[in-house]
Design a protein around this ligand. Structure first.
Ligand SMILES: [Zn+2]
Length: 480
């Protein structure tokens, strides 16, 4: 295969970048040289093609560890083709899809194979699957065998809900979770939890509904800080009892993060992720964004937001993921009641620009820390750190060509997923994805149309690579 090299600005630690040369062959890096720091490729290294993008930055491809692409089963919301197109446009080179929002859910090896056959021809970027244990799957005698099979098939991690809104993927009681964690500990795979206290949220919801209250603020009141904090406290106890690797998905609450940080300081194998919407918004933003901002858990206060940014900086949080979950727009987001409006936001396309703009540019985290949070740490967590997450010799050539200076305005209608809307509507961001490569293959290039009437979404039509290029990535089994 052709040997190519790219001239780009390479991150070299902290917020610094330096001119670099990246050599790529057969989809992998064969050499990454910080020529601005005096590193030079060997004189006898020759290339078939030289690509000069100097001035633009190269970043490792983002690994989004939490997406709901709904395929098969709920493809009026998203499917693997549209979801991975949006991923490619956002600089995301590997997605980890949740087990609960497809039918059948990924709770057995047979269901995983079924999903793999359906989504593989559609994928623009590489992908992994979360496996799951649900109230439904645990009702079957063979649930332990099914879980072991999923791990054998290379699932990324195991998802469970302490509070679920889905009949097809029911939540688990604390005793059931303890039992399941005994198994995940034995199998040597992390378990990730939707952590909200079921009894508390159900009681508050019933009370508020009985009073005839149905606004988004009422919805937020049904899922208070205590719901997340209590749930995480239970997980902390179970983590201590079982020794299982416990991860909390979409942490939105500062006090819940304090619990995770304390558990970590005691040496417990606990971690958490957060999402751009929790870093940006508070309940006050419902007044403008409306149900486009509805999620579960729900956005909280400025104090929580600040604590989450601090947790990203100081290491209390392990990585950033998007919880990309789009409802049918506009119908499912405008049902007439906040209780029935769909809960979820498409996020995969905006995350990198958002975190760079509001995190790195504003000095909340360094460029180096952003790369750790969006590429290196998720690669480690999902067991693909032997091939992904870094710009280094021997690794997959998954990378983003990034214009760190472009200032642009977010328009929901210009996103590439199936139901394009966003609570970031109208926001001005600095920094934008120009091109995305997966294993050396260009999967996205943003092209600016000459036609003044065209939208940016039109302008990038045809600038995607072929669907089906994305490959299933198996977790590297490291044993218990
Ligand atoms: Zn989710």
């Amino acid at each position: 295969m052709r040997r190519r090299f790219f001239h780009l600005q390479l991150p070299i630690g902290g917020d610094a970048t330096a001119p670099g040369e990246l050599w790529c062959e057969d989809g992998r890096w064969i050499g990454v040289y910080r020529v601005g720091l005096g590193e030079e490729p060997p004189a006898d290294l020759h290339a078939d093609e030289e690509i000069d993008l100097s001035g633009l930055w190269v970043l490792p491809g983002v690994i989004d560890g939490h997406v709901h692409f709904d395929d098969p089963g709920f493809t009026d919301r998203e499917d693997f083709e549209t979801g991975t197109r949006a991923a490619a446009a956002g600089g995301v080179t590997c997605v980890v899809d949740m087990p609960c929002t497809s039918l059948p859910p990924v709770t057995s090896a047979a269901n995983l194979q079924n999903k793999l056959e359906i989504v593989s021809p559609k994928a623009h970027v590489d992908f992994m699957f979360w496996g799951g244990v649900s109230g439904n799957s645990m009702a079957e005698d063979a649930w332990r065998d099914h879980l072991a099979e999923l791990v054998e098939e290379g699932v990324a991690s195991i998802k469970m809900y302490m509070l679920s809104g889905m009949d097809t993927f029911l939540d688990l009681g604390v005793d059931q979770i303890g039992e399941a964690l005994g198994e995940t500990a034995r199998l040597g795979i992390p378990a990730g939890f939707h952590a909200e206290d079921r009894d508390l949220v159900r009681r508050l919801t019933a009370d508020l509904q009985a009073q005839g209250r149905n606004t988004l603020i009422d919805y937020a009141a049904s899922r208070p800080h205590a719901a997340e904090t209590r749930a995480v406290r239970n997980l902390r106890r179970l983590c201590g009892e079982t020794g299982a690797r416990v991860h909390v998905v979409h942490v939105g609450c500062g006090r819940a993060l304090d619990e995770i940080a304390e558990a970590r300081s005691e040496g417990l194998p606990m971690s958490g992720e957060t999402c751009p919407h929790f870093l940006e918004f508070t309940v006050e933003d419902f007044a403008v964004a409306g149900s486009a901002l509805k999620t579960a858990p729900v956005v909280k206060s400025t104090k929580d937001r600040d604590r989450l940014w601090q947790g990203l900086k100081n290491g209390d949080l392990e990585f950033i993921a998007t919880d990309h979950a789009a409802g049918v727009w506009p119908d499912e987001k405008h049902t007439g009641s906040a209780w029935t409006d769909y809960g979820g936001i498409p996020g995969v396309e905006l995350a990198l620009s958002y975190v760079y703009s509001e995190g790195v540019r504003r000095g909340r985290i360094s460029l180096q820390r952003m790369i750790e949070l969006m590429s290196e740490a998720p690669a480690r967590f999902f067991g693909i750190e032997d091939r992904k997450g870094r710009l280094a010799s021997g690794f997959d050539a998954d990378f983003v060509v990034f214009d760190a200076h472009e200032v642009w305005q977010v328009r929901g209608a210009e996103l590439h997923n199936k139901n394009p809307y966003t609570p970031h509507e109208g926001a001005t961001l600095t920094g934008r994805v120009c091109q995305t490569f997966v294993r050396g293959q260009q999967v996205f290039e943003r092209r600016v149309s000459e036609d003044p009437e065209s939208t940016p979404a039109d302008a990038v039509d045809g600038a995607f690579g072929p669907p089906g290029f994305g490959r299933f990535q198996r977790r590297r089994t490291t044993g218990p």
